[in-house]
Design a protein around this ligand. Structure first.
Ligand SMILES: [Zn+2]
Length: 278
């Protein structure tokens, strides 16, 4: 008499619990109709199932062949309604998944789209942002986007290490405001360095707080920066210590970055970066 649970589940899922004819969102008030009646050999299979609202189900079932009025719903027509609606639900779900800037709203009350009799479409897509990222074209490539994300991670890692609360959305917002964009994927092509610089400025702004809260975390980021720069310059550890001794003239020659004062550490970082630019 009724569809097995797995068929019912699938039919309800594929319909988005909306009526296949009038497209109204039904929630619990939903019925599964046999397109070909069981008495006429119709099976309890998905292929023979159409989810309907109570009103449409009454319409479909109430036709009296003894006293024909109007036009009855034929099985072929019901299948067309069902297939078209399932396809629409599918594309709606895909569109929602693919466009992060969109949201699906369930619409209730007045002002819904009304078609024909009391039919309404209970879901609509609202686009927050019409820009579709064009990676490698108008916008930065995926790899460049990844670099930007990594820079933000540096910021959050630094803050966490210092025991401070990171505010990554504040940093993101700087970036969005600067380029007038809604997502970092929309940073214009060729502007990845500019974007990273903006993040670095934010990191620099938080450094005094880090130094105050956790001098070790503060020093550690200079160690990281210094070793990264020296690697790019092809300098080994001993080269870096010799360079520091020449450039900074510490009282005692250093054998470790830990021997440097905060000021010297900053100075060494600056001088290595200047050397990189030569
Ligand atoms: Zn309906």
């Amino acid at each position: 008499m009724s569809f097995p649970p797995e068929v019912a589940d699938m039919a309800l899922f594929l319909s988005g619990r909306c009526c296949s004819i009038c497209h109204k969102f039904c929630g619990n008030k939903m019925e599964l109709h046999h397109i070909s009646q069981r008495s006429k050999g119709g099976k309890d299979a998905l292929e023979n199932c159409i989810p309907l609202c109570l009103d449409c189900h009454t319409e479909v079932g109430s036709y009296n062949a003894e006293h024909p009025k109007g036009r009855k719903f034929s099985p072929a027509e019901l299948r067309k309604h069902r297939d078209a609606w399932f396809a629409q639900v599918k594309s709606l779900n895909e569109e929602t998944e693919n466009s992060k800037g969109s949201i699906v709203q369930t619409v209730s009350g007045k002002g819904n789209m009304v078609a024909g009799r009391d039919l309404n479409v209970a879901r609509k897509i609202t686009r927050r942002n019409e820009v579709i990222p064009d990676a490698g074209g108008r916008h930065i490539t995926g790899q460049e986007a990844f670099k930007i994300k990594a820079e933000i991670r540096k910021y959050t890692d630094l803050m966490k290490e210092a025991g401070l609360d990171p505010n990554p959305s504040g940093v993101w917002n700087r970036l969005y405001k600067h380029f007038q964009i809604a997502s970092y994927r929309e940073v214009p092509a060729g502007c990845v360095e500019e974007a990273i610089k903006i993040i670095q400025v934010e990191i620099a702004k938080s450094r005094p707080k880090v130094r105050k809260r956790n001098p070790d975390a503060w020093r550690k980021q200079f160690y990281t920066a210094i070793w990264a720069a020296s690697k790019q310059l092809g300098m080994g550890k001993e080269d870096v210590y010799r360079f520091a001794n020449e450039q900074l003239g510490p009282r005692k020659p250093i054998n470790s970055l830990k021997d440097l004062t905060q000021k010297q550490l900053q100075g060494l970082d600056r001088k290595l970066k200047a050397k990189l630019k030569d």
